[in-house]
Design a protein. Structure first.
Length: 263
């Protein structure tokens, strides 16, 4: 069952013509996602914010009251939380940078644990989530950062903070995050890169975890180029294999790229 479908309002800067376009694209994308997910196994939370129209679309298959495990996508949250403490400098300390690089580029867990603690652990991360208005997210207890719970809709707030100007991160901090995301190794650049043409930039962080008898497989990305600019989050659970979750995410990505209008 497709439990939740939503479209959140356009920016006040949207012109009447572009508003009509955005309304058409959001309805079309939500419909395509619903149809696609109806034939896919497992549970899914997917959301997209399109910067050009100011519209957000989200669809949830099999609503989970406890939220969705982040697995390693929380490493982007950890990075953002640390960068939020840097003010206008936007620079991590040399020691933090040394840990942040492997945490993001190869999804190193030991580095993530160290930086999780420096971000304040469970309490510090929950404070950061509340600061961004993430009402459906809760940091993992006892240092189990991969069991942080969230929704795709909530994670758009982290992606928007990292990708676009705002009060949470300075321009320099966003540049630091982007530079690190650009180092993600090719073997971990699956999911929300699917269907995106060569030459279009994709900053991505994925997560995967065998858990509770199945697989948690997730993908976060900022996709921009060829007149398009959007951030997207997908959380999946209960896939029989990791590749099943990757296939689900890839299909959602292809539908997004083909449906989001160019400016």
């Amino acid at each position: 069952m497709i439990a939740v479908v939503g479209v959140v309002g356009a920016s006040s800067l949207t012109s009447p013509a572009s508003a009509a376009t955005s309304s058409s694209f959001t309805s079309a994308l939500a419909s395509k996602w619903r149809s696609y997910l109806a034939a896919r196994p497992g549970s899914v939370s997917v959301a997209l914010y399109d910067r050009n129209t100011g519209k957000t679309v989200y669809v949830t298959k099999s609503l989970r009251s406890a939220g969705w495990e982040t697995a390693s996508t929380v490493k982007l949250d950890i990075l953002a939380a640390l960068l939020a403490k840097t003010g206008q400098s936007g620079k991590l300390t040399a020691a933090q940078q040394k840990l942040a690089k492997p945490m993001i580029s190869v999804s190193d867990n030991a580095s993530a644990s160290a930086l999780w603690n420096q971000a304040g652990g469970q309490g510090g991360m929950n404070t950061f989530f509340r600061r961004l208005g993430m009402t459906a997210s809760a940091a993992g207890p006892g240092g189990k950062w991969g069991l942080t719970r969230t929704t795709a809709y909530d994670q758009l707030k982290v992606l928007r903070a990292v990708s676009y100007p705002g009060s949470a991160l300075s321009a320099s901090a966003r540049a630091t995050a982007t530079a690190l995301l650009d180092t993600v190794v090719s073997s971990q650049r699956w999911g929300l890169t699917a269907g995106v043409p060569a030459g279009v930039a994709v900053q991505i962080k994925n997560g995967w975890l065998p858990y509770d008898g199945g697989w948690v497989v997730n993908s976060l990305a900022h996709v921009h180029g060829a007149g398009k600019d959007y951030v997207m989050a997908v959380y999946t659970r209960d896939s029989v294999t990791e590749s099943t979750g990757i296939t689900t995410i890839s299909g959602l990505s292809r539908l997004a790229w083909s449906t989001v209008p160019a400016a």
